[in-house]
Design a protein around this ligand. Structure first.
Ligand code: CDP
Ligand code: CDP
Length: 226
């Protein structure tokens, strides 16, 4: 019998990764780790210091001055950058638009991946991102690849921010498709479904259905193992 396993959840923007991963973690009393928040935190820091993603050397240099802490919480994971709580800032639209261009930089990824592997070393982690099953935790006992149509994913995001008149559904769909393209086409650890991942198309699934499906896969592994 396996006590605790690691669960990797990957997929494109708006597929439901963070919502689902958080609920799965709560149900299993595992730790939820949102790796996208780490790439967002780096992006927030670099933009704040006027370091563009084209200036690779400056980015790599600045990474040395950058300390990210993740504090797990029930409802959300707090993100602290050099002592400052940036949890709310990193969801802004200008961060979403820029994050993929920083996430291409190899040495930046190496540093974040190292942190992610450390967190997962004690097992009992639900980690979501783009390269968790393929690169960060290739030994994860359960790998899920969540997808949904780009229209559905844009609608989900739009509903989250519908009070905010600044962005149209069409713009969101365009931004999400562009981010998917950059994440899928980058050279290092691109967004791709791992060979041994279970692919779940959630276009017409609600959150509860997705969560229950993943918990049931997990129980098969933990209860089935000797
Ligand atoms: O929540 P959402 O799907 O919008 O994005 P996120 O998970 O916060 O990730 C933001 C961006 O960080 C992605 O579009 C990727 O460019 C990058 N990322 C990555 O490269 N690798 C990861 N493991 C997680 C995120
Ligand atoms: O983390 P990721 O970008 O993959 O997606 P998310 O931020 O967890 O989910 C985006 C939005 O879609 C959230 O508002 C979820 O409540 C919603 N959602 C949904 O309506 N149906 C699902 N099956 C999954 C997520």
């Amino acid at each position: 019998r396996l006590d605790k396993i690691n669960i990797a959840i990957d997929g494109p923007a708006g597929a439901g990764k963070s919502t689902v991963a958080r609920k799965v973690a709560k149900e299993l009393t595992y730790v939820y780790v949102d790796t996208g928040a780490m790439y967002r935190a780096v992006t927030w820091f670099m933009l704040g210091h006027d370091i563009s993603s084209d200036e690779t050397d400056r980015v790599i240099h600045a990474m040395r001055e950058l300390h990210i802490e993740l504090i797990p919480g029930e409802e959300c994971q707090q993100v602290i950058v050099n002592g400052e709580d940036v949890t709310d800032y990193i969801r802004a639209n200008h961060i979403s638009k820029n994050v993929s261009s920083y996430a291409k930089i190899g040495p930046l990824r190496t540093k974040l991946v190292e942190m992610q592997r450390n967190i997962a070393s004690s097992k009992g982690v639900v980690m979501d991102g783009r390269d968790i099953g393929t690169h960060v935790l290739p030994q994860a006992e359960l790998k899920i690849f969540l997808t949904a149509s780009v229209e559905e994913r844009a609608i989900r995001r739009y509903q989250e921010i519908k009070d905010n008149q600044q962005v149209t559904l069409e713009q969101l769909m365009h931004d999400i498709a562009e981010r998917d393209r950059q994440d899928e086409q980058r050279e290092i650890s691109p967004l791709v479904c791992a060979e041994d991942a279970i692919r779940l198309d959630t276009t017409s699934m609600n959150i509860e259905e997705v969560v229950n499906q993943i918990i049931s896969y997990c129980r098969t592994i933990t209860d089935g193992a000797k």
